[in-house]
Every structure is written in C-alpha cells, then in structure tokens.
Design a protein around this ligand. Structure first.
Ligand code: SF4
Length: 549
C-alpha cells in the first residue's frame, strides 16, 4: 500500500532565523519536498538539506498549491512555505480550496497541518513600538483578487470605526493609486497628525522603519515590501515610537506607585462612562444614548441575528424592517471573469453581430484585448459568468480559458481554401484546447510548408505537407536565445496525428514541473515519446536578458 502523504502549510514569519518557530524547523527537515515562491525559498535556504525544492514565480500560487496536493497524494511529505503566517494572506486557504475541489475529507484524505508564523502586522508593530494595542484590522490594498470598490468600503469602515489599521500590499510597480486613495479616505475620519509607521522588509537585510503621520506618509518610499500601520484616534508618538494606549480613557495612573482606583473600583460604572449598562441598556452619562437602550431591549425579543439587524436598520433609517430587507442581504462579491474568444480555429473573421455582442457583454466596466493570435481576451466583472458564455456561444464564438492552458493556433488555410487539414486542427482543439498545463502550451498548426503563421516557433509545431504532417517540438518562442522547434518527425499519417499529439501533451502535463515550459522539459527529460532532444539554441554566446526566465 502507498504511504499516505502529508501537507504542511508553513508560515515562517518575517524571514530571519530567530523568528522561525521550532515547529517550522522540524517540518522543513521532515519534508521530502518544499514548494514556495522563489524569494521565500531563498529565505529558508539554510534549513534545506536533501529535500527536493520546487520554487516558482510570484503569481503562481495556484500551481504551487496544486502541485503540493498532487505530491502529497502520491505519498510525499510536502511543505508549502510562505512568509508571515500561512493563514493570513498566505497559502493555507488556497491549499484547502484545492483540496475541497477534489472532495478531500480530513478522515480519509492526506493529513494537513498548518504551522502558524508571525504575520507582518505583528513583526512590523514590534519595530514601531506598540501601535497595535487595541482593536485592529489588516486590509490588503491589492485589487488583483478583490474588487477595489470592496476595498474602499473596508478602508472607510475601518477608518470610521477607529481601528488601528495595517495596510498590506500598499503599492507595487503598477498599483500606485491605491495608497493615495486610501490616504484620502483615512483623512476624512482621522487627524492629519495620526501616527503612521512604514516598515519595509521587517527583520530582513534591507529593513527600513519610518515613523511619520497620516498627512505626510506619501512623502516616503512605500513599495511592495512595505507594511503601513495607521494608529487610532488615541495613538501617540513618543521618542520615535508609536504607542496606542490600552483604552480610550485611563482607569489607571501610570506614574504613581499607588493606583488612585483600586482594582474593584476600576470596574464600577462611574469609572466606565462609555460602557453599555447591562441592566438598562443605557450608556452612562450620555443622554443621546437612550435609543440604544430601547433598541437593545427590543432586540432581546428577536430570535435571529437577521431579524435584529433588520430592526436596527429600521430604527436608524426610519424605514420599516420590510423596506430594509434588500439592504441586509449578504453582499455578493463580483468576480473578474476572464476568457478568450475567437471566431474559430481556422476562421479569422469576426462578424458584425459578434462585435456587437462583445460590446454588450463587456459593457463599460470590462476590458477587451486583442492578441497576436487572433483572439480577444475579455475581462468582465460579473456575478453570472454562465450568462456571458451563453450570449457569446449564441453568436458562434469559440471560447477558451486563459492562463496556463493549451491553445491551438492555426493559420487561415488560405482563407479556408486549403481545407484538407482543417478537421485535424478542429479535432485537436476539441480534444486538447483549454486543458490546464504546467505552463502555457501553444500548438501551432499550419496548412502548408510555407508555415507562414509560424507553427515552427510554437511549443508544438504541426505543418501539413503533401497530405501528411511534419512535427516540431520545443521551440523557444521568445528571448534572445529564441529558436524554432526541433523537427522530430516527417510524413505522419493524418489518422495518427491526434493520438500522437495527445500522448506528447499528456506526458508533458504529468511530468513537467509547475512553470516549466515545454522546451525546458524536453531539455531536462532528454526525450518525449521517444523523440530524442537536440539542442536548437543558437551557438553564438549571448548574455542573458534581464527579464528572461
Ligand atoms: S501556412 Fe500555408 S496554408 Fe496556412 S495560411 Fe500560410 S500559406 Fe496558407
């Protein structure tokens, strides 16, 4: 029987060894495989001994989670690592999402252990003094996965409710406006003098700590690695520290040996003029609060939280509870639905009806991007993706997912005149098109030896010639070391083509590492389906380009 694997989802804190927990060290040593974003893997390099390490790029969290689950299911002990805490913007949720998708159950599936770490709000706070002493929240300003409108609501609500706020992901190369907008919102509710701490790379080599205020915070460098901590209305600065008191009114005297109020006196009503009275429901010393008391009493009779919320809103707005119902329903969160549309594999001509439908479904808030391979990528905020696909299919669009999927890119076969190979291109699209891959995989399919649509420069190149097919594998399509695919076979019988290509794709999908493009896999594996690898890279010495992977 195969040994049951185990998944460790590890948060190793800010990054220096002193703040890594003992349990993290244990599980890294216990694991067969470590999976993480390259920067994180580098940070724990000293702990790695003979474990296999798979490191991938920043945006490939889903691939990391999927690979981790796959490897654990095959019997390995796998550590998925991230900095901070695994459950705070880390990998824990994503790993569970992948497991849930597969129908995982704790009793029968692979064992999962989440190992907590120190999140940025804690590590950064410790370098600033004691800014997070009271009710606080974290808000990520990244709108890659969360609609910006919702982020605005959160910042506004937190500002209004006087939370100490830790802003994660405040700015990146492309996202520069978010922190500016957040500051504007905060300034509507808080004094410009409110203390703000900016901590970059806490407890790492390039650590920077800046203490400033809400009005001036944007005059300082804020980047991807910065956490911004904003004090509440009672936070103060003292000797280059940010300190938030434990409460809004002091019930203790800090500089006296003897407290003026004894412990039991501090809890008496007179010492807590802001508290809600447990018997009357009134706030002491606050006449305007009598409505709160009345409301509390009314609410005591209600049986559900929804009823209580309706009643509360009715009293605040003056509308009846039934009029308020629509305001209380749980907020549905829009997703950005992303897909590619084209008129077909061989057909490159869009009809007016298709263009009108595109404009309708994309609307004012979506985007359309035309690609070099005759497709249009749509990004549409929506709650109902099915309604969109129905409309697009009704006007004969061919739809495909985007990202790390298989794409069939065919030529136009002399505007359809060279029709003989088209059914094979259509069949490849039907069988393989849109399939998830370790990395994007393009099949170029051209209808004659001219190969004018560049089939030989795709991961898999297929060229129809004299009634049969030639096959090219492993082109490197971009970069200064770009090269065509290796010609591996000529004269493939048409009825063998789809099966052969399917076998090649299946092998690549099963054996390639996440993020490993076909040419890299071919070079590493030395053969695919019996076709032996030959180096097609240019023989002249070329310095690597800075952004080449
Ligand atoms: S590859 Fe050949 S068949 Fe296809 S469009 Fe170019 S010339 Fe025409």
């Amino acid at each position: 029987m195969t040994q049951k694997g185990k998944l460790f989802v590890v948060g190793f804190g800010p990054g220096d060894f002193n703040h890594i927990t003992t349990r993290v060290v244990e599980v890294i040593q216990e694991s067969d495989l470590i999976i993480g974003y390259k920067t994180y893997v580098d940070l724990i390099q000293d702990l790695v001994t003979d474990q296999t390490v798979v490191s991938t790029g920043m945006t490939e969290e889903v691939a990391r989670a999927q690979e981790a689950v796959k490897q654990a299911e095959s019997g390995k002990k796998v550590a998925v690592i991230s900095s901070g805490d695994a459950g705070v913007y880390g990998m824990a949720g994503l790993v569970y999402e992948v497991l849930v998708e597969k129908g995982w159950k704790e009793a029968t599936g692979v064992e999962v252990e989440i190992i907590p770490g120190i999140s940025a709000i804690n590590s950064c706070a410790s370098l600033l003094g004691a800014p997070v002493m009271h009710d606080s929240c974290t808000i990520s300003l990244s709108d890659h996965l969360t609609p910006w409108e919702l982020i605005v609501k959160r910042v506004e609500a937190a500002a209004q409710a006087d939370f100490v706020i830790a802003l994660y992901n405040p700015r990146s190369g492309r996202r520069t406006r978010q922190i500016v907008e957040a500051q504007k919102i905060l300034l509507r509710y808080r004094s410009p003098e409110t203390p703000v701490g900016l901590v970059k790379s806490a407890y790492r080599e390039r650590q920077e700590v800046i203490i400033t205020n809400l009005e001036e915070m944007l005059n300082h460098d804020i980047g991807m690695l910065t956490t911004v901590i904003i004090g509440n209305s009672s936070t103060f600065m003292y000797d280059n520290k940010i300190i938030t008191p434990r409460g809004y009114r002091r019930k203790y005297t800090l500089n006296a040996e003897k407290q003026t109020l004894k412990a039991h006196q501090r809890l008496q009503k007179e010492a807590e003029p802001w508290a809600l009275d447990q018997e009357t429901g009134l706030i002491h010393g606050n006449d305007g609060a009598s409505a709160v008391g009345l409301l509390t009493k009314t609410l005591e009779k209600k049986s559900t939280s929804l009823e209580m919320a309706r009643e509360a809103l009715a009293r605040v707005t003056g509308q009846s509870a039934s009029q308020q119902v629509t305001s209380i329903v749980q907020q549905n969160i829009e997703s950005i639905f992303e897909l590619a549309v084209s008129p077909g594999v061989a057909n490159k001509q869009f009809t007016p009806k298709q263009m009108i439908t595109l404009a309708e479904v994309v609307g004012e808030r979506g985007t359309m991007e035309y690609t070099p391979d005759h497709k249009i990528i749509l990004k549409i905020p929506t709650l109902e993706p099915e309604a969109i696909t129905e409309k697009l299919q009704a006007v004969d669009f061919s739809l495909s997912p985007v990202g790390d999927v298989l794409t069939v890119k065919a030529c136009d076969f002399f505007d359809g005149e060279k029709a003989e190979p088209i059914p094979y291109a259509d069949e490849l699209q039907r069988v393989l098109g849109g399939m998830e891959m370790p990395k994007e995989l393009n099949i170029g399919f051209n209808g004659c030896g001219m190969a004018c649509y560049g089939a030989v420069m795709e991961d898999i190149g297929i060229v129809f010639r004299k009634g049969k097919f030639d096959l090219f594998l492993g082109a490197k399509p971009v970069g200064r070391t770009a090269h065509p695919g290796q010609p591996v076979a000529e004269g493939i019988e048409p009825d063998q083509l789809v099966e052969l290509i399917t076998n090649i794709v299946d092998e690549y999908k099963l054996k390639a590492h996440p993020n490993e493009r076909l040419f890299k896999y071919f070079k590493r594996a030395k053969q695919i389906q019996g076709y032996l690898y030959q180096d097609m890279a240019p023989k002249i010495k070329i310095e690597p380009a800075p952004c080449e992977d």
